[in-house]
Design a protein around this ligand. Structure first.
Ligand SMILES: Cc1cc2nc3c(=O)[nH]c(=O)nc-3n(C[C@H](O)[C@H](O)[C@H](O)COP(=O)(O)OP(=O)(O)OC[C@H]3O[C@@H](n4cnc5c(N)ncnc54)[C@H](O)[C@@H]3O)c2cc1C
Length: 428
């Protein structure tokens, strides 16, 4: 299936109109460098106005970079900052083995570097220390070792450790006879809600407007001079030169507001956050069946490796995309199951009190890779929907701001445009 093919059937307009519109985007958004056509700031003209819809970690980072570059930016969210995927996420920053092929790995490597830059610029609380990962099945361990070799060839300083070497790094972890453990030393993790809020505050300091509890409801026709689009929102109509849809896993947003279908296979995952405890882990631990890390504030974050069971009853329950379990008792059962599993791997884990149990929904384009760039159907719309949005937010913020401002295409984003072919790949 191709989004190119969506152009054939599923897009709102006819093929001819789409091509005309896309060409218009190329010119008006200056995706090819064209002097005077990009969103350049000229003293004689009012600043171009950009809306960013979606205040998750991706929209917050884009808003920060746009505001820092001097654009007139408004960030809207129908709920609060970081209330969707960027709340129910494990929040591991990595360019590890799962990031394939090389172009996607490279973008994630750039993502790690960009987080360091952003951390230095804003003094953000990002915990670095690397990750330790292993599997139970010997054949899966063999594949991990091969994938680590591939990462090394792609410039990542990952390596396979013996269990003793891993123990020296993380003495409280029971590697359970794994034999070999993958170390990805550049990995980190953060508190996604806190960091999104800090990005939003920094954007406000550069003049961005941030409107929470304001939902984009429709995109109206352009203004009379054809330059701007009217966004109809629950907090009134507003005109913008461009709008960026960083709307996450919402299945309908891209169709409704950017005029094309983005094939998504959003999957749920359970995240448990505990109250703070004294330091027990310095690495992100990716053990069979469970991911664990300890935030800088002492909270443990647990994530499941497997998704929901495939049963019909589960499927039915999940159709409404709940972010909470139906009762406190069910939530507590899930949390206790995950904590019990974590105890198998972290020896001497003290009693932990559960603070939150969240069902997160992954924004997951069908091939598992980000969709970043202009809408093939609307010259004013720009899309930024992705999994691994925590790993990628910092670099995506930089690159999207640069593209919108200068009109020059970022080569690193070339494989992730909306008009590519989407092959279904099960990644998460
Ligand atoms: C269980 C789980 C574990 C994960 N683990 C990791 C990990 O370890 N590392 C990693 O890099 N990634 C991970 N991810 C993925 C990562 O969390 C997401 O890619 C990232 O949070 C996406 O951020 P976002 O800003 O694009 O989307 P979101 O955080 O979902 O934000 C989108 C926002 O858009 C708003 N919105 C939608 N429609 C409208 C509208 N019409 N009007 C106004 N606002 C609107 C929503 O309210 C929402 O706040 C995980 C995800 C899950 C679910």
């Amino acid at each position: 299936m191709a989004v190119r093919a969506l152009a054939e059937g599923k897009m709102k307009d006819s093929k001819q109109i789409q091509r005309r519109q896309f060409n218009r985007w190329l010119v008006s958004a200056s995706l090819i460098p064209m002097a005077g056509k990009a969103l350049v700031l000229e003293a004689s003209r009012p600043k171009p106005r950009i809306a960013v819809v979606g205040a998750g970690i991706v929209g917050s980072a884009i808003t920060y970079h746009l505001a820092k570059r001097g654009l007139d930016v408004t960030l809207l969210d129908r709920n609060a900052v970081a209330s969707a995927s960027s709340h129910g996420t494990f929040a591991w920053i990595n360019a590890s083995w799962a990031k394939q092929p090389e172009s996607y790995h490279a973008l994630n490597q750039m993502g790690v570097d960009a987080w360091h830059r952003l951390q230095r610029a804003l003094n953000l609380p990002v915990k670095w220390g690397g990750s330790l990962e292993w599997f139970a099945a010997p054949e899966r361990q063999d594949r991990l070792a091969r994938d680590v070799q591939e990462q090394q060839a792609w410039g990542e300083p990952a390596r396979m450790l013996t269990e003793l070497e891993a123990l020296a790094l993380e003495p409280r972890v029971a590697f359970g006879g794994a034999g070999r453990v993958a170390l990805s030393p550049r990995d980190g993790a953060l508190d996604p809600v806190l960091v999104s809020q800090l990005l939003v505050n920094a954007a406000k300091n550069y003049g961005a407007r941030v409107i929470e509890h304001c939902e984009l409801l429709r995109v109206d026709e352009t203004t009379e001079d054809q330059r701007q689009k009217i966004l109809g929102t629950s907090c009134g109509d507003m005109a913008f030169d461009r709008f960026v849809l960083a709307t996450g896993a919402d299945p309908s947003a891209i169709h409704s507001f950017a005029g094309f279908d983005l094939p998504q296979r959003s999957t749920p995952g359970v995240i448990v956050v505990t109250h703070p405890i004294p330091p027990v882990l310095s690495h992100i631990v990716v053990a069979p069946g469970i991911h664990i890390h300890q935030r800088l504030d002492g909270r443990l974050v647990l994530g499941e490796q497997e998704g929901a069971p495939e049963s019909a009853a589960h499927k039915l329950r999940l159709t409404a995309r709940p972010t909470r379990f139906p009762s406190k008792a069910t939530a507590s059962q899930h949390a206790q199951r995950m904590i019990t599993l974590a105890r198998q791997y972290v020896t001497g884990l003290p009693e932990v009190k559960v603070e939150e149990v969240i069902i997160g929904w992954r924004p997951l384009p069908l091939d598992g890779h980000p969709v970043i760039g202009p809408s093939p159907a609307d010259p004013n719309a720009y899309v930024a929907v992705m999994h691994s949005g925590v790993s990628l937010a910092a670099i995506v913020g930089e690159l999207v701001a640069e593209e919108l401002l200068t009109g020059v295409r970022a080569p690193a984003l070339a494989p992730f445009r909306a008009d590519r072919t989407f092959e279904p790949v099960r990644r998460y």
